[in-house]
Ligand binder design. Structure first.
Ligand code: GLN
Length: 193
């Protein structure tokens, strides 16, 4: 089944507005998703950074986890989780019990880069890009394991920070907080295929 042309941003908590602006900059029709009905015609969904426990609780309360999983399983939805969003879509979260979607075959460790140095910036090499991507990390998770069908597209000091499967992306960092639209453009471009 083909995907809808709109791109949704899960707008329960976190920095969804910045993602929406990036989507608009790359020419996509962006919609805020707060209820299952808002997924109508949506072919891709970005789950923003924020607080993964809050996002997980609210998504469950509004029936969004079920609705998102169902559309993904029918092949109607690609999903990209950034930071807290990556935690929400991960199959396994180390050391924490919290409601989450759990559809991507990766394991993550929350706040993995240390509480002292909460936030930092780094230039990353990303598979498929011919120049470094300036990335902002804020109390970021590390992807500690990826399944067989998941590609590692970037590492920071040897640790996985971008994992990609056919219809699922997980980034530890915040690509919506820099001016670099390459990842948003690629995500939107994938939906058209
Ligand atoms: N530390 C947050 C969490 O575990 C994620 C932080 C972020 O999204 N910037 O949910």
């Amino acid at each position: 089944m083909s995907k809808g042309k709109r791109v949704g941003v899960l707008a329960l908590q976190g920095d969804f507005r910045e993602h929406k602006q990036m989507l608009e900059r790359v020419g996509a029709e962006a919609v805020e998703v707060r209820l299952p009905a808002h997924l109508e015609g949506v072919g891709g969904l970005i789950v923003p950074g924020g607080e993964s426990t809050t996002i997980g609780k609210l998504a469950r309360e509004y029936g969004l986890d079920e609705a998102v999983a169902e559309r993904y399983q029918r092949g109607e939805l690609a999903i990209w989780g950034t930071c807290a969003g990556a935690i929400w879509i991960a199959r396994e979260i180390l050391d924490y019990q919290q409601p989450h979607l759990g559809i991507m075959d990766i394991a993550v460790r929350r706040n993995a880069f240390g509480r002292q140095v909460d936030s930092f910036e780094a230039d990353l090499e990303i598979t498929g890009f011919d120049s470094p991507f300036h990335a902002i990390f804020i109390r970021a998770p590390e992807i500690v394991r990826v399944g067989e069908c998941v590609e590692v597209r970037s590492r920071y000091q040897g640790r996985i920070v971008f994992a990609a499967a056919a219809e699922l992306w997980a980034t530890s960092f915040h690509p919506e907080l820099t001016g670099d639209t390459r990842l948003h453009r690629e995500f939107v471009g994938k939906l058209a295929k």
